[in-house]
Design a protein around this ligand. Sequence first.
Ligand SMILES: NC(=O)c1ccc[n+]([C@@H]2O[C@H](COP(=O)([O-])OP(=O)(O)OC[C@H]3O[C@@H](n4cnc5c(N)ncnc54)[C@H](OP(=O)(O)O)[C@@H]3O)[C@@H](O)[C@H]2O)c1
Length: 331
Amino acid sequence: MVVCSWIVVIVVICVVSYIIALLLVDCDLRLAWATKLGKRVDSLAGRVVWITGASSGIGEQIAIALAKGGAKLVLSARRVQELERARRLCSCESGKDLTDRDILVLPMDVTDVDKHDSHFQLVLQHFGKLDILVNNAGRSQRANWEDIELAVDRQMFELNVFAVVALSRIIVRYFQKKKEGHIVVTSSLTGVKAVPFSASYTGAKYALHGYPCLSLQLEKLRSNINVTLLCPGPVFSNFLSESFTDKSGEKFGQGVEPTDRRMKTDRCGYLCAVAIANKLEEAWMAVFPVIPFYYVFVYYPVIRSFFIRLLGPRFFLKMRDSKVRMETMEV
Ligand SMILES: NC(=O)c1ccc[n+]([C@@H]2O[C@H](COP(=O)([O-])OP(=O)(O)OC[C@H]3O[C@@H](n4cnc5c(N)ncnc54)[C@H](OP(=O)(O)O)[C@@H]3O)[C@@H](O)[C@H]2O)c1
């Protein structure tokens, strides 16, 4: 009887600690653990990391966090001036650890998949090797499901899925020969559980989880090739204004407000760098209350359905964006 009571007490303490921890952290518990007791980002010193979408936002901050840890970098995106700015920032933040030669600016449009191999050859010519590929370039969307032009769905998948698959395939073949390597993909919490008013984006991120990530993870389970899925929630960046809408060639145009509940970009970049250093299979990061919500949504789908019906789609848009933008959507 006494033993039973002790077991009940221990179980209650564990459950309460788990709930309290979820309310305090801004990332999933495995990543939170890794930030305290896991490998530090400087364990990647000397590694060559290629980051796409490094000219702004999360990609730029991942680059800075890795530069601080002494990793050598290849920075890719379309805007050369912004890449040069990111290179200077990385160089500055790394202290004296990285020389000019340690950061290569490699402009590229990731959707131009025919040029992926020649870009990769330039990386090899410069550094002689590649250790980690971070597929981060991407764009989101704000639109009503029924209004989306098929052309937008296609462009979304070209950028967020096929560009990732095409580049990763080239690099995984190289990692196969090298017998080690690490593919990282910036997905989103949208790819873990769908959100309203971003249908093509949600579809693309779900595809990312299944196609280049989980299936590749399974096939390489017993090899030294690792796959990490980074899943940020709302983060301050150019992301919202750059988002697709329902019409081809159109951008959403509205920027984020300083008062929005979003994670700071540098915090997101640091958490991503820790997830990479610790080769986590999947890592979530977002400000309160997104993480506890996602734990409930993923592990208790019945509660998720209940909440969604109770609160309605506008509530979830509000959690993601501000009130002003919410008014613009027809619900
Ligand atoms: N911010 C968020 O709330 C959030 C949340 C979850 C997931 N994410 C994910 O985080 C990643 C980065 O987004 P972000 O928030 O940092 O937004 P961002 O500041 O707009 O950055 C997007 C990056 O992608 C690059 N890019 C876009 N199209 C490209 C193309 N065709 N070829 C090469 N590069 C391209 C952009 O550079 P150029 O314009 O110079 O090409 C830029 O560097 C995306 O995959 C996104 O899905 C963001």
